[in-house]
Design a protein. Sequence first.
Length: 410
Amino acid sequence: MEATIFILYLLLFGFIITKIPFFIKSGLAKWELLSLFVIKITAGIAYARFYRLPQYYEGSDTWRFYRLSLTETQWLIHDPIAFVKDLFVHGYSSPGNILGVENSYWNDLKSNVPVKIMAVMNVITHNSYYTNIILFNFLFLFGLVALFKIFNSIYYNKKYLLIAGLFLLPSTLFWCSGIHKDGLILSATGIIIYLFYQGLNAKFHFTYWIGIVLCGVLIFSLRNYVLLALFPALLSWYLSHKFTKRGPAIFILVYFVGGVLFFLLPFISVSFNLPLYLSLKQHDFMQLQATSVVNLPALVPTFKGFVTFLPYALDMAFMRPHLSEIKNFSYIPAAAEVLLLFGLVAYVLFVQKSKISPSPVIFFFIFFAISILLICGYTIPFSGAIVRYRSFVFPFLITPLLGASNILSK
């Protein structure tokens, strides 16, 4: 029964994709869209099977979300008002700090939202986890195609390099195709970037702002620091679009001011103690057990503490896993991505001697990606986990490099 439902939905959503103008006017042929859709679904199944293994199943978020969603689906069917209302209530004495890392309404949202989404999907998929993979990847496809449309408008005749950078990086394909937060975050971020890009180059329609706000709310509920990192990147992009000749300087100035505020805000309001927030996130990660743990010092939430920790953060964000850390085949694709990134930087800048496109949107991608990677580097002490958390921004660095290269043409 489940196999029949899966095949029917695969055919149905494959047909829908070929009829939606947003997809068919993307610059991707129908067969390319369908192929990428099937590849992502296959990766989503591989993700599910991997976390179905006995050694991973009990601690797997994706299967925990599914088990919780079954109860939520019954709740949705019998009392839909209570089902929706539950997303806005909590069992604590207060919602807690909006940047709280545990035991708060805000922190619980990151699990509640995926569970609620899957509970709704269960109604039409007959509680089929694997059929839900199709629906999730249908949602994921919007953000990826949106990003492709932007890059394709900047880098002409580089279609297949852009496809490789956006859709086919091993870590992005694996982590952002399974039923979890990562694919939703990537898709919502891609849609925000696309709508902002369209607004800057034409006019910001009301519907654009609605889409940006809704996607922003989704991102905040799943991983709030991603939304916080988007603000300076979008502001820099907007200002550099208005003052084109000063684009790089504007990005540097905005991020310098942002860095100053990062360390001054705790003296203005305890609720916005961002250095402490990152320090607590690192502490929470350090309480977990994993074979890929890296022995790091505790992050001290002061300016001196962050400067002292910077070499460790850069190493974690950009260099892990080291080649010496490869313990099994699963580490090889992640290590290869690191080599690809630095290889492309060396090739484009020093061998090909080309400049990255001065387009403000390219600066946006670079600054936004680096800021996310640094946050991960400051907070995550596991080589295995860092691969997952950076999976949705690596395409923002690698794709512009591929586009700027002369390796292949369309």
